[in-house]
Design a protein around this ligand. Sequence first.
Ligand code: ADE
Ligand code: ZN
Length: 334
Amino acid sequence: MEEFVRGLPKAELHLHIEGTLEPELMFELAERNQLEIPYGSVDEVRAAYEFDDLQAFLDIYYQAAEVLRTEDDFADLMAAYLLRAVADGVRHAEIFFDPQTHTERGVDVGTVIRGFARAQQAAAAEISTTLILCFLRHLPSRSAVKVLEASLPYLDHLQGVGLDSGEAGNPPELFAEPYRLAVEAGLRPVAHAGEEGPAGYIRAALDVLGVERVDHGVRASDDPGLVRRLATERIPLTMCPLSNQKLKVVPDLADHNLKELMDAGVMVTVNSDDPAYFGGYVADNYLAIAEALDLSRDDLVRLALNSVEASFLPDDRKAALRQEISEYLVIGDW
Ligand code: ADE
Ligand code: ZN
């Protein structure tokens, strides 16, 4: 099963690059940039990764990101993720980054994007990638507009716009204006919704922000009409099982609604969110949810096909990846 899942060609659509900062690289960057960090060892860092909720995680995650300063740092971060993604069968990744986490500390958005681009280009023969610029929803809408404007010179590197950070109390409608401007600039809209926030935030993300995909969407099940709408309108959910478990969005992985939503006809995908913090990259997420919900091999193939279908790839590349999946199933004799 493990070999099958790691080799299965797939796309990853919900991955925060800042959430791939492994403790080893955190120490290396702290040393390189002569910064103090509040941990004595890699083991101590890992021991701190126990979270009661989303905010407890975010506090540690934003603090860790402070070691990222130079173009080389951002290139090294991206290169490390892409190596792991390729090892997990990822052929295409649409990667979130949080520019405000860096610009608020005085790091230029160009430094961030140029660093990423270097690593993305170096890995391009093995994995296609694109960036999704995320607005931090705990900051005011005007800050989102400002970072969008600062990013416009790098539009060629960006394909989407997203919304993340603390969800409860920060509803999508607060960000109508920056989304309008981002879409006008040609970015495809997605948003985190229904992770800790209510099903109504998923509806608002669809109706006010016009999102093409919903990131997480766990709370959709509270609203049967919304589940029917997601299925009928073929709006994908980018779900992240290990994240939901670690942040106590679900009491137990066995209680996760991923299979129930698949059975209701929703285009569900499996992703890793912040793998350095949640105990596994994308293949580990497939394996964990397969075990918890007793998913069949056909379910896993469906999830991989959904990841391709839900991506922003052009139709010809989607068809090529579907073909790769078919060939994998035949040639691998699974
Ligand atoms: N930023 C990084 N990971 C996140 C998550 N799971 N939810 C909201 N914002 C995030
Ligand atoms: Zn996320």
